[in-house]
Design a protein around this ligand. Structure first.
Ligand code: SAH
Length: 226
């Protein structure tokens, strides 16, 4: 009895510590640097980022940096994740397509804000691991598919918005074709030098806005690897 009380007390403290780290992250890394969308801030205050990274990295999960997630891939720094999610201007009725599930952290944030999320990941082990984490956390509005996101996920198109977290040299045409009218695509484009592009499909055509310089892993092409 005493033992279990001691453990409960200790676990609670750890949970509180993570919560406090999340609050600090939201205040100093996001709010103070211009992230204003309350839905994004609320989601980032809630989603346990540490549960998406390997045990060895958990203590650094809420720091202002990217972290390795295995297979030479990384989870982006919190500010970039927040910036991209804010730029996508998501509402609670939206159907989102995400390319590059990775560890599934951003997928969870999208799941908090949007109605449903379709996410594609080219590395099967990452897709599986992300699926497990998201299931454990209870998300029921997220579907993950292993595959080459360059081609999009035509079956459920059109999407608003589309968020891409691996950088192609140019914006993939199939993704443009799967964007809803008035929809937005947030995507890093380039090779060594990359910019985060926000593409809006207006009634009078595509409008491209070049925002931050960024450094994402390159978008891989399944067709080229086979
Ligand atoms: N949002 C992710 C970031 C992962 S990094 C996270 O929070 O963890 C980018 C991811 O895109 C990697 O997991 C990589 O395997 C994946 N990726 C690269 N090329 C891809 C492609 N053509 N289709 C789908 N996923 C791809």
């Amino acid at each position: 009895m005493l033992d279990s009380e001691w453990w409960t007390g200790k676990l609670k403290t750890k949970v509180e510590q993570w919560e406090s780290q999340r609050r600090q992250m939201v205040k100093y890394q996001l709010r103070n640097r211009g992230i204003k969308d309350e839905r994004v801030l609320a989601a980032m205050s809630k989603v346990p980022r540490h549960q998406f990274v390997d045990g060895a990295w958990q203590d650094l999960a809420y720091r202002d940096r990217s972290l390795p997630i295995g297979y030479n891939q990384t989870i982006s720094q919190p500010l970039i994740v927040a910036y991209m999610t804010q730029a996508a201007e998501i509402s609670s009725e939206d159907k989102v397509l995400e390319i590059g599930t990775g560890c599934g952290y951003q997928t969870a944030l999208l799941g908090e804000i949007a109605q449903c999320v379709y996410s594609m990941e080219i590395i099967p082990q990452l897709a599986e691991q992300a699926g497990r984490t998201l299931l454990q956390l209870g998300y029921q509005n997220i579907e993950i598919q292993t595959g080459d996101g360059y081609e999009g996920w035509a079956e459920n198109a059109p999407y608003d918005p589309i968020i891409v977290t691996a950088a192609p040299k140019q914006i993939p045409q199939p993704l443009i074709d799967q964007l809803a009218t008035n929809g937005k695509m947030v995507i890093p484009v380039g090779t060594w030098s990359q910019y985060l592009i926000v593409l809006t499909f207006t009634e009078s055509g595509l409008v491209e806005e070049r925002t931050l310089p960024v450094r994402f892993v390159p978008m891989r092409r399944k067709a080229l690897e086979e």
